[in-house]
Design a protein around this ligand. Structure first.
Ligand SMILES: Nc1ncnc2c1ncn2[C@@H]1O[C@H](COP(=O)(O)OP(=O)(O)O)[C@@H](O)[C@H]1O
Ligand code: SF4
Ligand SMILES: [Mg+2]
Length: 393
């Protein structure tokens, strides 16, 4: 960490200290993980609630970089119930993608590490995987099979030198090696049909560059659905698309969810995207969950000043305004996070308690939880985020 907190300058001595520290800590974490991977007891756990597909419990994911430890995700807790859509919202850089990469175990290791907490994935037999310690051999069966991911940029996710049909076939064969060639092709065509591709036979033998962005995203969704996953993680699935195509893709996801009975974790910086689709919404800010609840709680009774700001900065059809609201200030430096509320320096609703330590999660209704001192009531405090001090790892 920089010696002088007010500049980003790092001396040679400090830089050498950081490099040495990173090497030591990542080596230790990797060896602990290798040991945990060997012991099923260390990667098997129990769900808090059997009705959830995934539970994030005080998860901390840090990057040990040359400028210091980036606490990209710092003590987040939320769950994805079965057959539901959970929107994860927050501005760029708040840790949404790192959350999903932690769940898929696709972090860039050894720099990126889950250093604390549990990510529970329901096995459906009364037990769960703790993804944090699950060995890669098992993750390979889970990824694409039980949970799959749709990325933001469909062009870079599809291989430009293979035909569409081959790429969808491959996803099916990977998890069904005994399926006959004809059955695989029939399933691919069925999937292309399911995602609304009219000319499925034609598209089967096309290359990705022959398709539009919206069509490519439909193919990516077909690949994600190849094995009827229990969870689909859609990370900014419509950000690279035009507004009209965006709406079509969101409709498609919603219909598919009903058809195949899976849950969706919909990650976006755009509140408008989750508005019509999510059953639950999780709002993130600077690596932490600052508010969560049902879509109705968040859209009709937003409680955290940041969520209120996001709502005010969202354009509304039919409402005339001179200028959209802009939340003043910027997010704190992720290497040197303050020890008080991360939103304080931008907050227009501060009270006396806000100078104290980071606010706890406070229950304001059966479904609605917020991290803000404006709602502080000792009886309703659920927890303070359990964070990890990198120096103590
Ligand atoms: N590979 C990496 N190395 C270092 N820092 C990273 C890496 N990936 C992400 N981060 C940092 O983690 C934070 C969260 O990033 P991300 O989850 O990608 O944000 P977003 O909410 O936009 O998806 C950011 O501060 C980002 O700079
Ligand atoms: S805890 Fe205080 S500073 Fe933080 S968001 Fe709430 S009112 Fe604002
Ligand atoms: Mg992202």
């Amino acid at each position: 960490m920089s010696e002088n907190k007010h500049t980003s300058y790092i001396s040679g001595k400090e830089s050498r200290r950081i490099t040495k520290f990173n090497r030591k800590v990542t080596k230790k974490l990797e060896s602990e993980r290798a040991n945990a991977n060997k012991d099923p007891q260390l990667y098997t756990t129990k769900m808090k609630d059997e009705n959830n597909v995934v539970e994030f419990d005080n998860v901390c994911t840090f990057f040990f970089t040359e400028v210091g430890t980036v606490k990209a995700v710092d003590g987040i807790s939320f769950e994805v119930p079965k057959n539901s859509t959970v929107g994860v919202v927050g501005e760029s850089g708040c840790g949404k993608s790192v959350t999903s990469l932690s769940l898929m175990q696709l972090l860039q290791r050894p720099t990126g590490q889950v250093v604390g907490g549990e990510i529970r994935f329901n096995k459906g037999d009364g037990t769960a995987y703790n993804i944090v310690n699950t060995p890669n051999s098992i993750m390979e069966q889970i990824r694409g099979n039980k949970m799959s991911m749709i990325f933001q940029e469909p062009m870079t996710s599809l291989n430009p030198v293979f035909r569409i049909g081959d790429q969808v076939d491959e996803a099916i064969i990977l998890h069904n090696p005994d399926m006959s060639e004809e059955d695989v092709k029939a399933r691919t065509l069925e999937l292309l049909d399911m995602v609304g591709i009219a000319n499925k036979e034609g598209v089967y033998s096309m290359y990705p560059h022959e398709l539009s962005g919206g069509m490519r995203q439909r193919v990516m969704i077909a690949i994600a659905l190849a094995c009827r996953p229990e969870l689909i993680i859609a990370d900014e699935p419509t950000t690279a698309l035009d507004v009209t195509i965006q709406a079509q893709i969101l409709d498609l996801l919603e219909n598919l969810k009903k058809k195949i009975g899976s849950s969706i974790m919909l990650i976006t910086h755009d509140l408008g995207v989750v508005a019509g689709m999510a059953d639950y919404v999780v709002v993130m800010y600077a690596g932490r969950v600052i508010e969560k609840g049902t879509a109705d709680d968040i859209f009709h009774h937003p409680a955290h000043p940041y969520t209120i700001g996001l709502m005010k900065s969202k354009p509304v059809v039919g409402k005339k305004v001179e200028e959209l609201y802009n939340i003043p200030g910027s997010v704190p430096n992720p290497v040197n996070m303050p020890n008080y509320c991360y939103f304080r320096d931008r907050c227009e609703m501060q009270c006396d308690m806000c100078s104290g330590k980071y606010p706890p999660s406070i229950k304001i209704s059966d479904t609605h939880v917020v991290s803000c001192y404006r709602f502080y009531d000792e009886k309703n405090v659920i927890e303070y985020p359990k964070t990890v001090n990198p120096e103590e790892l």
